[in-house]
Design a protein around this ligand. Structure first.
Ligand SMILES: [Zn+2]
Length: 490
């Protein structure tokens, strides 16, 4: 009898203690949760987008400065240097400095049209420096693929001419049959092919600032708005929309424009072929001796499109927003009284805009074994909207439930989800590099834009951000990642 009552008292005490422990744990978690403030996150985004970092072009001295600033934050919060005592993981990252806006002038045979920045044209991020003036040849996608029996150059001579080039390949959908075309989807491949055919210059009918290109000796180019290309076509007696439709049907549509139509391009750049860039890597070591060898990664690209002449591309949404959200979550996780059992690695990724260099560097030289890396969540453009979109959520449901619960209990935003999106074309995000390396990956984005989205444009400024959603993104990361880190059923 005595033994039975002792056992009962013991069980009761255990239950009480357990309840008490649970209560304090959620109190502790909520304390860190509420420490995340939109005001502070907006302050981070302001710093990252500020003129002194010149648009964070990967490889540039200003990028290395902003990387140092981020490492300083990690250090101040007690987040450890994750690469053998260093916060930096370096890699080669050539880049070009665009020293002035240059100019683009179109002559239709009777009058000159001086194109305006940024409405009509943007300088080529990797244009060679100099002037070019020549007649025009339209080359569609600019693809020469003998094995696919396709050649945009087969009926035209572009020697010494300025080509008009389209981005992409003759597919718009993410289709498995696209795979054989993928090698031709890269801007670099198109540029090399143009030079191989003797083109003297190029106007790219894809008007975004784009460092994901290549600097080729003497090859001068600029990005031109579709409405200008349409005007050039009209002057040549052609229908631009009809020609583009023909291209989509995989029919070569190249033609030489009338000789009186000419383009003049002036570009002023300096090429740095041996430049280096880096990822910024910080670690919170797991508190559980049995689980600390397992790692969760929170990442997002730190780099942007840089500066053209005096004009900075602040990259506030793309991706100062994502980095600021990560910093907010990092600080909360570092200060959290409930410690993560698994380790958490933060990677602020470099070279994304130049061709996913930083993500490839990490996956080729991972700081922790890939098989011990339980998850990667990638943030890109997470700061303008009213809800979230998470790719991979429908694939990695066991991991995602922690984020779903966090949202249902504390955040209450609309979250749309998808499977991992198998990428048959040119990989376009850091997330796809990690997923291909064998790591379960989520891509976190905001949706329901409140402000216009100025993609790769000088207007991507701090005022396009909605700080409330940034705060919630950081909160979602904090609770969701802590949940995964401490899930002993994984
Ligand atoms: Zn981005």
């Amino acid at each position: 009898m005595k033994t039975r009552s002792t056992i009962l008292v013991l069980i009761f005490t255990c239950l009480l203690f357990n309840l008490f422990a649970q209560g304090t744990d959620s109190d502790k978690i909520l304390k860190s949760f509420h420490s995340i403030s939109s005001h502070e996150l907006l302050g981070f985004a302001k710093e990252l987008s500020s003129e002194k970092y010149a648009g964070r072009l990967s490889g540039s001295p200003e990028y290395l400065e902003v990387a140092k600033w981020c490492a300083g934050k990690f250090e101040a919060w007690g987040i450890k240097a994750a690469n053998k005592g260093s916060y930096f993981q370096y890699f080669k990252n050539e880049f070009s400095e665009v020293k002035s806006l240059g100019s683009v002038v179109y002559f239709n045979g009777t009058e000159k049209m001086f194109l305006e920045f940024p409405g009509d044209y943007l300088p080529g991020s990797n244009s060679a420096s100099g002037n070019v003036e020549a007649e025009l040849v339209y080359v569609g996608y600019g693809i020469t693929a003998p094995e696919l029996d396709y050649d945009d150059y087969k009926n035209v001579d572009v020697e010494g001419k300025i080509i008009i080039l389209e981005s992409g390949i003759p597919y718009s959908k993410n289709d498995p049959t696209m795979v054989k075309w993928t090698p031709y989807a890269y801007h670099r491949e198109k540029f090399r092919n143009a030079v191989k055919h003797g083109a003297a210059g190029m106007i790219y009918a894809s008007k975004i600032a784009n460092p994901n290109t290549i600097n080729l000796d003497g090859f001068i180019y600029a990005h031109v708005d579709a409405k200008v290309v349409e005007q050039i076509f009209t002057d040549a007696g052609k229908n631009y929309k009809a020609v583009k439709a023909q291209l989509k049907n995989m029919k070569v549509a190249s033609f030489v424009l009338p000789a009186q139509q000419k383009i003049f391009i002036r570009a002023e750049t300096e090429y740095f072929p041996e430049a280096q860039s880096c990822n910024v890597v910080g670690l919170i070591e797991g508190s559980d001796p049995g689980l600390k060898d397992e790692v969760l990664i929170i990442g997002g690209h730190l780099d942007g499109q840089g500066q053209m002449g005096e004009v900075v591309f602040p990259g506030a949404l793309d991706n100062a927003s994502g980095v600021s959200d990560i910093l907010g979550a990092a600080k909360a996780l570092a200060n959290s009284e409930v410690k993560p059992k698994r380790s958490i690695l933060f990677i602020l990724i470099g070279g994304e805009e130049c061709g996913l260099y930083g993500a490839k560097q990490y996956c080729n030289k991972p700081l922790f074994p890939i098989e011990k890396t339980k998850m990667m969540i990638n943030l890109d453009m997470v700061g303008n909207g009213t809800g979230f979109f998470v790719t991979g959520a429908k694939t990695h449901t066991q991991l995602f439930k922690h984020f779903e619960e966090a949202n249902n209990n504390f955040i209450h935003r609309k979250i749309s989800t998808s499977e991992v999106r198998k990428n048959y074309g040119r990989p376009r995000s850091d997330a796809s590099i990690f997923e291909d390396a064998g790591i379960k990956t989520f891509g976190l984005w905001t949706q329901g834009s409140v402000h216009p989205v100025y993609y790769h444009h000088p207007m991507d400024k701090i005022n396009v951000l909605t700080p409330g959603i940034m705060e919630d993104a950081a909160k979602l990361l904090y609770i969701g990642v802590l949940g995964v880190a401490n899930d002993t059923d994984l």
